[in-house]
Ligand binder design. Structure first.
Ligand SMILES: Nc1nc2c(ncn2[C@@H]2O[C@H](COP(=O)(O)OP(=O)(O)OP(=O)(O)O)[C@@H](O)[C@H]2O)c(=O)[nH]1
Ligand SMILES: [Mg+2]
Length: 376
């Protein structure tokens, strides 16, 4: 079982986008945590039984509590120090509330139901950037693998957001098994980046959901298919996004490309009466749409192709998995790729790529410079 935990406005935005797909509830538990009731009420897919409100001194408040807003801080207005302070003072209460949400009650008693948590937050604000490190630590102490999905601010958002981001990332880094960076610099070409949040959130959330569902609900049994198609699981995910020798996460970015099988004229060449998907072309597209700009080569990567079953049945043998695998391998410095195929019922071929780096993205280095200026 997974947990998807959204913190603050940006984090809850990603969370809400992810649970647009109702199938995700079959494999994941959501928790939306924020210091303002208004933002929680704006969520479309996460009902109040999954909310946790942050108060200044009365702990973390169950979303179903009457007059919820009267308990909550009402936002930290980018004041990371205050939010971090409130989180640390109320740490044991937070720990118990999260435990309660993630445990299941069985005949034998209570047990932790979750092995992997996607911790989603923006780093530039107050609530998410101050509270997330504490939550990452709590999850880690529960023995849960932490995949931190972190929205970094655009440089144009100013040096305070940059400072928050640098401090928060440094703290979360100590507890995360994986780090996926989502840079708002990517949408900063827009005059009003806020107008693009919802589409950007949908893109990132869809990529994460594809991977989660591809590893669970849509997982194939390779023995049932000709040619032994490759599969990947969460172990691959963690291995692909962290460095085992140092036990530290890498800096990963994510991208996705999909095409309607019918509209894929561009990628389709008739072969023996069947049509072939240019899987490599699709993966190349994901590389143009990664969630942050990276200068160095990937150390390793992970790629999931979701396809209708026709592309795996014996007669057609549509995807030459060895060719795809070699293409992915060539893109890595450590000669390490984790490539899998899963099935979808939709008429859609999708590639989702995670590229893991040892260096922070160029966008983030700009934030580090900007944060220094703030201190000055
Ligand atoms: N991609 C994306 N970025 C967002 C979204 N919402 C806010 N951000 C970015 O997140 C940063 C601000 O963080 P918020 O998530 O709004 O702040 P918060 O955690 O709620 O903290 P407060 O300051 O207490 O409101 C800025 O860099 C925004 O550009 C979103 O839905 N998507
Ligand atoms: Mg907020």
């Amino acid at each position: 079982m997974y947990a998807f935990i959204g913190i603050g406005q940006g984090g809850c935005g990603l969370l809400d986008s992810a649970f647009y797909d109702k199938d995700l509830f079959k494999v994941a538990k959501p928790i939306a945590i924020n210091s303002t009731a208004k933002d929680l009420k704006n969520l479309k897919h996460i009902k109040q039984e999954y909310w946790l409100g942050m108060s200044k001194a009365q702990g973390f408040i169950d979303g179903t509590t009457k007059n919820l807003e009267s308990y909550l801080v009402g936002g930290y207005g980018q004041d990371r120090t205050k939010s971090k302070d409130d989180a640390e003072r109320q740490y044991s209460d937070l720990q118990e509330k999260i435990r309660y949400y993630l445990e299941t009650r069985t005949a034998k008693g209570k047990e932790m139901a979750v092995q992997f948590a996607f911790l989603m937050t923006s780093l530039g604000g107050g609530t998410g950037s101050g509270l997330s490190p504490a939550i990452a630590k709590i999850l880690k102490d529960f023995g849960i693998c932490v995949i931190a999905v972190l929205i970094t601010p655009a440089k144009s958002e100013g040096s305070l957001t940059a400072k928050n981001a640098v401090e928060a990332l440094n703290e979360i880094y100590n507890y995360a098994d994986s780090i996926i960076l989502v840079s708002n610099e990517k949408i900063s070409y827009a005059q009003n980046i806020e107008a693009l949040f919802s589409r950007y959130n949908d893109y990132i959330a869809r990529s994460l959901v594809d991977i989660c569902e591809g590893m669970t609900l849509e997982q194939i049994d390779p023995s049932k298919f000709e040619g032994n198609p490759p599969v990947i699981d969460m172990k691959d995910f963690i291995t692909a996004t962290s460095f085992l020798d140092t036990h530290k996460p890498g800096f990963s970015v994510i991208g996705r490309a999909s095409d309607n099988i019918k509209d894929m004229l561009h990628y389709i060449f008739p072969v023996g009466g069947y049509k072939e998907i240019d899987a490599i072309g699709l993966i190349q597209q994901t590389m143009l749409k990664l969630s942050a700009d990276i200068d160095d080569n990937a150390k390793k990567n992970l790629c999931l192709l979701r396809l209708p079953h026709q592309y795996l049945t014996s007669e057609s043998k549509m995807i030459n998995t060895e060719v795809v695998r070699n293409f992915l391998l060539e893109k890595t410095e450590l000669n390490e790729t984790h490539f899998g195929i899963s099935l979808t019922k939709r008429n859609l071929a999708t590639a989702t790529l995670i590229s893991c780096h040892s260096k922070k993205p160029r966008d983030f280095e700009m934030l580090e410079e900007s944060a220094e200026k703030y201190k000055g």
